[in-house]
Design a protein around this ligand. Structure first.
Ligand code: NAD
Ligand code: ZN
Length: 375
């Protein structure tokens, strides 16, 4: 049945509406014809999403056929002040007023960038997120965090600003590459591990190439994120649960950028961070060995190994210290207390981080050997 103008029954709980399933784009069509009738509407995308996803969006949301379109280059480098200037200028040149609406069609780069541009243009215009990556659908487009990078520091400038709604339409993922799908699956694994054991079990058994199997899990993962955000919109408490795997993961992302290695995607870095954090959870007696092994085996089977030397530990730990979320007196980790439960703010020393990194290096060396190879 077609939703009414207030599609409350279709939405996931959270601070802003998250419209899942086949109704997601129908809801958008209705909203544009109702509360946004007669206003100027613009669609922001990157070169991939404008080519691969815009036709699908227009097919489902005919109201958008008259919208202005604006495109930025694909990739993190578009989360940049000069790009913002170009977009603010574009909106001003096209007579966008306070009633205008910006539709952000893309992955986390587009929703972070477009959300920030909309939140700041004329002190804030309305925006809708239409995520087109797994990362966007289960994480980046939910929760009202918008940001750009400055002076090489990720997300240094930004604002909390809620979209009118986030529309989750998994068919957009048909054109997304396998590496990008896995990138988002890392966050789904995380959602299961810290909050929902059933979700962990379904995600670890999921045939990731089968979109019809993945789609309901994406909705569930989005609902988990929306639920955490609802409990802690401004990131002062429970939202820290979502940092699982990120304390080491962020440092590894920065470390990879300094080296000659191929770049490490965020989800790939978080996967390494989750192996380390699961090991620390076991080391502190919070998680039993079988569960730790199951998590490790799954993640090492899903993601390629990230190789570094013992001599690199010092630099990785230094990068962790630079992270705005860490304090001077050691590190505060989110660690598992079981599968589907976690504790935040667990104090961890630099020496313990070093041991966890040692463990990861041993684990990938071991995993790379044939099963019957002597250890
Ligand atoms: N605000 C938050 O809470 C939050 C949370 C997590 C991540 N993020 C941010 O999200 C960004 C990463 O997002 P991402 O992983 O989605 O990367 P992305 O937006 O760069 O997209 C990855 C690549 O996939 C392409 N693409 C997107 N959708 C496609 C589709 N359907 N078909 C084919 N190609 C497609 C893009 O053009 C790009 O080349 C980072 O900047 C990160 O900081 C924000
Ligand atoms: Zn993340």
């Amino acid at each position: 049945m077609a939703p009414q103008h207030q599609p409350d029954d279709q939405q996931l709980p959270g601070v802003h509406p998250v419209w899942p399933g086949p109704q997601a784009l129908e809801n958008l069509e209705q909203w544009l014809g109702g509360q946004a009738r007669g206003v100027r509407v613009f669609i922001l995308g990157d070169e991939h999403t404008m080519e691969q996803c815009l036709p699908e969006l227009l097919a489902h949301v005919p109201q958008l056929r008259d919208a202005g379109t604006v495109q930025v280059r694909a990739g993190e480098r578009s989360k940049d002040l000069e790009v913002c200037r170009a977009l603010w200028t574009f909106l001003a040149d096209h007579q966008a007023d306070r009633q205008a609406v910006l539709v952000n069609l893309g992955g986390g780069v587009i929703t972070d960038l477009g959300g920030f541009v909309a939140a700041t243009f004329k002190r804030g215009i309305r925006f809708v997120h239409v995520p087109t990556t797994v990362m966007g659908m289960v994480d980046a487009a939910i929760g009202g965090k918008t940001a750009i990078d400055l002076n090489g520091v990720k997300n240094l400038v930004g604002a909390f600003a809620d979209p009118v709604a986030t529309c989750i339409h998994p068919p957009f993922l048909r054109t997304l590459g396998k590496r990008e799908v896995l990138n988002g699956v890392a966050e789904m694994v995380k959602h299961g591990l810290v909050l929902d054991a059933d979700h962990w079990n379904e995600v670890r058994r999921a045939p990731l190439h089968d979109l019809s199997a993945l789609a309901p899990m994406i909705e569930r993962s989005a609902a988990i994120k929306a639920g955490v955000v609802f409990a802690d919109p401004k990131d002062n408490g429970p939202r820290k649960l979502l940092n699982f795997g990120h304390t080491i993961g962020h440092a590894l992302e920065a470390f990879a950028l300094e080296g000659a290695q191929r770049t490490l995607l965020h989800g790939e870095a978080v996967a390494v961070g989750m192996v380390c954090a699961a090991w620390l959870s076991w080391r502190l007696g919070q998680l039993d060995r079988d569960r730790m092994n199951a998590i490790e085996e799954h993640l090492l089977g899903l993601f390629p190994p990230f190789r570094f030397q013992e001599a690199d530990h010092h630099r990785i730990i230094e990068l962790m210290r630079n992270d705005k979320k860490n304090r001077d007196d050691g590190f505060r980790f989110t660690l598992l207390t079981g599968i589907g439960s976690a504790r935040t703010d667990v104090p961890i020393t630099a020496a313990q981080v070093g041991e966890a990194l040692d463990h990861y290096r041993r684990a990938i060396a071991h995993a790379a050997q044939p099963k019957n190879h002597p250890a």
